[in-house]
Design a protein around this ligand. Sequence first.
Ligand code: PNS
Length: 163
Amino acid sequence: MLRAIYPGSFDPVTYGHLDIMKRTSKIVDELVVGVLNNNAKMPLFSVEERVKMLKEVAKDFTNVVIVPFDGLLVDFAKKMEAGLIIRGLRAITDFEYELQMSQTNHKLEPDVETMFLTTSIEYSYLSSTTVKEIAAFGGEISQFVPEAVAGMLVEKMKAKRRV
Ligand code: PNS
């Protein structure tokens, strides 16, 4: 039984994340999407909101579960009995950070391996940060995130403008 963790902030989940989820779910027996609960990163969406969005967009996958986590990723992987971490690589700019993170995690926990999937070309430019920026200025985001997420993002931006 091969269980993998796909960790991230998912603030919010994009079509790029969904692509990695879909492809990984075909390779492993079970995929645990680990949603980082870390307010120091000042996420736009609370961890509960991010989990809700992910559950909605991943509802058709039979072997994907969504679980929030805090603390070290390798501790979470151990707790979930997962020996594999999956990360997406969009471009060379991602590589330095991802290499450092995977090597650090391997030092911390040699039994947990990291594997990378290169992002599908149509999503290689896409990031949660740029989607939030477009939404903040009222731009069209439907090509970047699933409909349910776009709705929540528009509402969140409206609420922020009211504050
Ligand atoms: O979507 P992101 O923000 O690129 O995901 C980053 C994430 C959640 C994978 C990373 O911040 C993480 O693993 N955080 C948990 C803390 C940890 O284990 N740090 C040591 C790894 S170098």
